[in-house]
Write a protein of this length. Structure first.
Length: 322
C-alpha cells in the first residue's frame, strides 16, 4: 500500500482537511482521486495532480465507480460536520454520516480495497470527559446527533472488519485549523476571528472564554492520515483498538486563542463577550500517546499555525465576516 502505483480515493477531497490529505498522499507518491459533491469544498482546493470526481457519497453510482478505479485505500473525509445542524435536522445528519458512510464502505468492499480510513471526532464522541487529556479507551457519551453518527460510523467500520475482513482505522480529530479553513465547526472560530480582525470588528467570545479546546494544525492532521495508512493493525476486539486521537494534548482557552492570534497578526481588537451557547463542552484535550508510538507527532506550534492561517485568510479574504 505504499507503492507509488497505489490508488487512494479520498471522499471530501475538495474540502478544507480533505484537500490537505490529498496533497500529502500525492507528495508521498500515491495516485490520488478526490471525490466530492462540492457542497462545501471547492475545485480550487484540489491540489495539482489530483483527479477530482464530482459525486455525492450517497450516489448509487459510487460502487461501480469504485470498481473502476480499484483503490487500494479509501480515506473518508466527506461528512456533515455542523453540530447545530445535526440537532436541527438529525435525519439529514444521519443520511450523510451514516447512509453515505455505508455506501462508501460497501463500495470499498466491492472494489477490493485493502483498508479504509474513517474520520471520527474526538471533540464529540467522548462527551464531557472525566479525564484530560482523554485517551481512546475513555467512555463514549456523545451529546449531539453529530456525535452519535460519528460514533456509529466507527461501529459500522468495526462490523465490516469482522464480517467482511475489510481493514479499518478511525482517526478521532480534535479541533483542526489551518489554511483553506471555513468557519464551520468549533475550530472555525480561528477563521471567524481572523476575518473580524481584517474587518476591524471586535472578536466575539461566547461565555467567559475559559472553555478549552485542543487545536491541531491541518498539516499535522494530513501527516497522521499518512501514518495510519500503512500502519500494521491488530485484529480488533473493540472500536478503540483501531482508533487514534489526532491532537496536541494541550488545552487552549478561547481567551488564550484570541490573545495569540492578536499577537501573531500584529493587530488590535476589542473583545466582545456574548451569552454562552447551551450545551457547549467546557473542556477538551486528547491523549495522543498511541499515535505518537506509531511515529507521529504534531510539528506545528499554535502561534506558527495561527500565523499561517491568518496570512492565508488575509490573502484570500473578500470582506466576509461572522
Amino acid at each position: 500500500m505504499t507503492e507509488s502505483s497505489s490508488t487512494v480515493l479520498v471522499t471530501g477531497g475538495a474540502g478544507f482537511i480533505g484537500s490537505h490529505v490529498c496533497q500529502a498522499y500525492r507528495d508521498a507518491g500515491w495516485h490520488v482521486i478526490a471525490l466530492d459533491n462540492l457542497s462545501s469544498g471547492t475545485k480550487e482546493n484540489v491540489p495539482d495532480g489530483v483527479e477530482l470526481i464530482e459525486m455525492d457519497i450517497r450516489s448509487e453510482a459510487l460502487p461501480e465507480f469504485a470498481k473502476e478505479c480499484r483503490p487500494a485505500l479509501v480515506n473518508h473525509h466527506a461528512a456533515q460536520i455542523d453540530v447545530r445542524l445535526s440537532v436541527a435536522d438529525p435525519r439529514l445528519d444521519a443520511s450523510i454520516n451514516l447512509d453515505g458512510w455505508l455506501n462508501v464502505l460497501e463500495s470499498a468492499r466491492a472494489a477490493g480495497a485493502e483498508r479504509v480510513v474513517y474520520v471520527s471526532s474526538g471533540g464529540v464522541v467522548y462527551g464531557e470527559p472525566d479525564q484530560l487529556p482523554t485517551a481512546e479507551t475513555a467512555p463514549k457519551a456523545p451529546i449531539s446527533p453529530y456525535g452519535v453518527s460519528k460514533l456509529a460510523g466507527e461501529h459500522y467500520q468495526f462490523c465490516f472488519r469482522k464480517v467482511h475482513g475489510l481493514e479499518g482505522v478511525a482517526l478521532r480529530y480534535s479541533n483542526v485549523y489551518g489554511p483553506r479553513q471555513d468557519p464551520h465547526g468549533e475550530a472555525g472560530v480561528i477563521a471567524l476571528f481572523s476575518r473580524r480582525l481584517l474587518d476591524g470588528r471586535p472578536l466575539r467570545i461566547f461565555g467567559n472564554g475559559e472553555q478549552t479546546r485542543d487545536y491541531v494544525y491541518v498539516g499535522d492532521v494530513a501527516a497522521a492520515n499518512l501514518a495510519v495508512s500503512a500502519l500494521s493493525l491488530p485484529d480488533p476486539e473493540s472500536i478503540d483498538d483501531v482508533a487514534f486521537n489526532v491532537a496536541t494534548g494541550v488545552e487552549v482557552s478561547v481567551r488564550e486563542l484570541a490573545a495569540t492570534l492578536l499577537d501573531v497578526s500584529g493587530r488590535a481588537a476589542e473583545i466582545e463577550f456574548v451569552p454562552a451557547r447551551p450545551g457547549e463542552l467546557l473542556r477538551s484535550a486528547l491523549d495522543t500517546a498511541r499515535l505518537r508510538a506509531a511515529g507521529w507527532r504534531p510539528e506545528v506550534e499554535l502561534a506558527e499555525g495561527l500565523r499561517r492561517t491568518y496570512e492565508y485568510i488575509a490573502e484570500h479574504s473578500q470582506g466576509n465576516s461572522g
